[in-house]
Design a protein around this ligand. Structure first.
Ligand SMILES: Nc1ncnc2c1ncn2[C@@H]1O[C@H](COP(=O)(O)OP(=O)(O)OP(=O)(O)O)[C@@H](O)[C@H]1O
Ligand SMILES: [Mg+2]
Length: 331
């Protein structure tokens, strides 16, 4: 008789103490191995006899794994797993607090996505581009309030285990490119356990960032990219003084690397135009409104609204920005 396969119970994550222990042993091993600065995810996977996916889950501490996987990870560095090194996993939680407790992910001031409807098609398209096609630059385009940032966070959270580091930054305050690069590098270098030495000039910062993107699998999300584009001139032109962001995008799209940069923008940046196409690693997705049912449900979360079927359809198609409609009796 065929035996039913037993379901593996995936239920533990490292405690901070356990994580520190593993990191310390790993750093020590990296130090002894003087040919390389840091073990890549692939090397860790070989060494621990675990898939890269499981290694990311263990190091990210956000998703549960089998206890036996933790034992293999520890054994790879001559450690023995003790009770205080792991805990029963906490139920999945989208709160920013919980996300920020995970040291490899810097979600900065990313919006909360605890309420999220639909976008299944967009989500699977984006996942395919990022994970299967390994696209280097993916842009989410759409009018204000259509849901670009929300979708970018949701996507990032769903795929973060596939990356060594995830960094979210908003350009809302039109930060000069050098300052933005410094802030990104500060986290990246720290998370990748590299020496935190940030070059003084723009070119130096740019090449340091590219070095990280080439040698590691990072997900960098730049929200509100339109802030630094000039809205009253030709498509995707930069505001004076912000042209460096164009150089950044050009390198990200053209230089082969292992990472993905995800942009959200109301306007299409100029640099992504010549590179677009089925076979390139640069893609963009133009977001439309939610489907009518989900859109209506979303509005009901925000207040009390009524309207005819036709009015709802027009509203949801053309205006996903619920914040623009205050509690009125009629849409
Ligand atoms: N799929 C969704 N499910 C639930 N709420 C959503 C969804 N998409 C967007 N929202 C809500 O709609 C509002 C606007 O979304 P969001 O901020 O993501 O838009 P945006 O396109 O990034 O806008 P902007 O161009 O102004 O940055 C937010 O309150 C967000 O919570
Ligand atoms: Mg936004």
């Amino acid at each position: 008789m065929k035996q039913k396969p037993t379901r593996r119970s995936r239920g533990v994550i490292l405690t901070l103490k356990g994580w520190d222990k593993l990191q310390a042993a790993k750093t020590e091993a990296e130090f002894k191995d003087n040919t390389r600065e840091r073990f890549s995810l692939e090397e860790l996977s070989d060494r621990m006899s675990l898939s890269m996916h499981t290694v990311s889950r263990i190091l990210g501490r956000s998703k549960p794994v089998d206890k036996s996987s933790l034992q293999s990870a520890f054994a790879a560095f001559g450690l023995e797993l003790s009770k205080s090194d792991y805990t029963r996993s906490i139920p999945p939680c989208d709160s920013l607090e919980a996300r920020q407790a995970s040291p490899m992910y810097d979600w900065g001031e990313a919006p909360d996505t605890s309420i999220f409807y639909n976008r299944y098609e967009e989500m699977s398209q984006l996942q395919y581009w990022v994970l299967e096609e390994r696209c280097r630059l993916v842009t989410l385009l759409g009018i204000g309030g259509i849901g670009k940032s929300t979708l970018a966070v949701k996507l990032g959270l769903q795929i973060q285990d596939e990356f060594e580091v995830v960094v979210w930054r908003s350009l809302q305050n039109a930060t000069p490119v050098e300052d933005k690069l410094t802030s990104i590098l500060q986290f990246l270098l720290w998370a990748l356990r590299k020496e935190i030495v940030i070059p003084q000039n723009f070119e130096g910062k740019l090449s340091k960032l590219m070095e990280c993107l080439i040698n590691h699998r990072c997900l960098l999300i730049l929200d509100n990219f339109e802030t630094i584009l000039s809205s009253n001139s030709q498509v995707g032109q930069y505001r004076p003084g912000y042209e460096g962001y164009g150089q950044l995008l050009k390198l990200i799209g053209e230089v082969p690397h292992n990472s993905c940069v995800l942009l959200t923008s109301r306007e299409k940046p100029r640099e992504i135009l010549p590179l677009e196409g089925e076979r390139t690693k640069v893609k963009y997705l133009q977001l439309g409104g939610l489907n009518p049912n989900d859109g209506r449900e979303l509005f009901q979360q925000k207040g009390h609204f009524t309207g005819t079927e036709q009015e709802w359809e027009v509203l949801i198609k053309h205006r996903a920005n619920a914040s623009k409609f205050h509690n009125r009796d009629h849409v």
